[in-house]
Design a protein around this ligand. Structure first.
Ligand code: PLP
Length: 461
């Protein structure tokens, strides 16, 4: 058998990892994951690590879940894959019905693809083509939000607002109307004066009048009928820094865009499936979009799959005799894959039968109250969270909110120290966060927070 050392040698020889500077990867031994169970990953020596980021925000019911594994196994005996253009199969149909029931009433049509980026690409392409079919051909613009993230394919990236991920490709991307991020900790309108204690709200503070929506109001008043849609992540701008923002912002934004008949595209790739304490984040605001993009937790993290869910209104604009040229020419090889459909159905059954959402309340309280104590630490500028997600923004100076110089790689140092304490604390820059599997227990949450407190309180520049 090839030893771990030899395998790492082969990795260095042949592989290129995502979002990874390979020079670092070569120098520092990566975590070699051998197996996983529940909320833990195990390395080749059998050491255990809490998967505090749900393996990139996917895992819901824990690793190695017997019911999901057996659903995939059973499906494998029947049908592993078939193209989805002129065929159909039971799993994809049953899953579509379930998704239509779970999501707001207006959302009735499910278009499958295979990852979060494509879920968003599909929504923007459908939106644009819809307006062509409706004779409003001037509606070609999209609105996006600073610090938003919708994936790494060209279209999704064009609407992303994290410069580091996007700027090398500026020559390839299209422009969108960009509005400010509702980043309360660094409020552009001075509603969070320096020195104010860490944030812990998902409702807006009393002195906030949602000034950051002013540019959208103006844009819509000037150009509302040239805009096809707006895309955003409801309540948490995840990759942009786990920025948790007030529910009032989301409600007001939805009202504004509806007034101008601009499509509301909600990207719930990260927030969907219980992560914010509700099945979908949109439920906190009681809103219903024109497009809902789902992936990651759709299969509880077991298989790649995505869904873009839209309304009858959008669907009907494409429904016509073939010669009218209204077909939606878009698809991926693994669209509606049967194994992924089986995993997704099993996950939704677990939600129902194990009453997962009701069981979250104690866990959410443990996380959201436990995280507050980090606000006392000298490097912690902001503490924010919602549901099973919480984040700490580490800064060099709490009073002025000055960030650490990038080259200090503070988040990275904390990640490495976390590994010594049995934690995967993979940060976003200097933002350390927890994106916990829904199956984590209250005791495990307390243990994760205690270990993390030791790591962060022990940090020295
Ligand atoms: C909100 C959001 N949208 C889209 C994506 C892209 O998903 P994928 O990496 O599966 O393409 C991500 C990934 O992190 C995400 O968080």
């Amino acid at each position: 058998m090839t030893s771990k050392v030899d395998l790492l040698e082969l990795d260095r020889r042949y592989l290129w990892h995502p979002y990874t500077q390979m020079k670092d990867f070569e120098k520092e031994n990566p975590l070699f994951v051998d197996r996983a169970d529940g909320v833990f990953l195990f390395d080749a020596q059998g050491r255990r690590y809490y998967d505090t980021i749900s393996s990139w925000w996917c895992i819901l019911h824990g690793h190695n879940h017997p019911r999901i594994k057996s659903a995939i196994r059973d499906q494998l005996e029947r049908l592993e894959h078939v193209h989805f253009a002129s065929t159909t199969h039971e799993g994809a149909i049953r899953l579509a019905e379930k998704l239509a029931v779970l999501t707001p009433e207006r959302l009735s049509r499910i278009f499958y693809s295979d990852n979060g980026s494509t879920a968003c690409e599909v929504a923007i392409k459908m939106s644009l083509q819809y307006w062509k079919h409706m004779g409003e051909t001037q509606r070609e613009g999209f609105v996006s939000i600073e610090r938003g993230y919708h994936g790494d394919t060209i279209g999704a990236m064009s609407l992303g607002g994290v410069p580091k991920f996007k700027s090398p490709f500026d020559a390839l991307t299209f422009d969108s109307y960009r509005i400010p991020s509702p980043y309360c900790y660094r409020c552009l309108y001075g509603k969070r004066p320096p020195g104010q204690s860490p944030n812990h709200q998902i409702t807006k503070s009393p002195n906030c009048s949602l000034d950051c929506l002013g540019p959208l109001e103006k844009l819509l008043a000037d150009k509302g009928n040239e805009i096809a849609g707006i895309i955003l992540e409801p309540l948490i701008q995840a990759a942009g820094g786990m920025i948790v923002y007030p529910v009032e912002y989301l409600k007001r934004l939805a009202e504004l865009v509806s007034h101008y008949r601009v499509h509301l595209i909600l990207d719930e790739v990260a927030t969907g499936f219980g992560r914010t304490g509700r099945m979908f984040a949109l439920e906190h605001a009681g809103i219903s979009p024109d497009f809902l993009c789902l992936s990651k937790g759709l299969t509880a993290g077991y298989m790649p799959m995505a869904a873009t869910i839209t309304t009858d209104d959008v669907y009907n604009a494409f429904y016509a005799d073939y010669k009218k040229g209204r077909t939606f020419f878009h698809g991926h090889t693994f669209t509606g894959n049967p194994l992924a459909s089986a995993a997704a159905l099993a996950s939704l059954e677990i939600f129902e039968q194990e009453n997962v959402l009701n069981g979250l309340q104690d866990k959410i309280s443990a996380l959201q109250s436990g995280i507050k104590k980090f606000g006392e630490l000298p490097w912690v500028g902001d503490v924010r969270g919602i549901g099973m997600v919480a984040a700490l923004e580490l800064v060099m100076d709490r009073k002025t909110r000055t960030a650490f110089p990038t080259e200090k790689r503070v988040g990275w140092t904390i990640y490495k120290e976390g590994l010594n304490k049995g934690l995967i604390l993979r940060p976003l820059g200097d933002i350390v966060y927890f994106f916990l599997p829904l199956s984590v227990t209250v005791d495990q949450i307390e243990d994760i927070l205690d270990r993390s407190f030791e790591v962060i309180s022990g940090f020295k520049l």
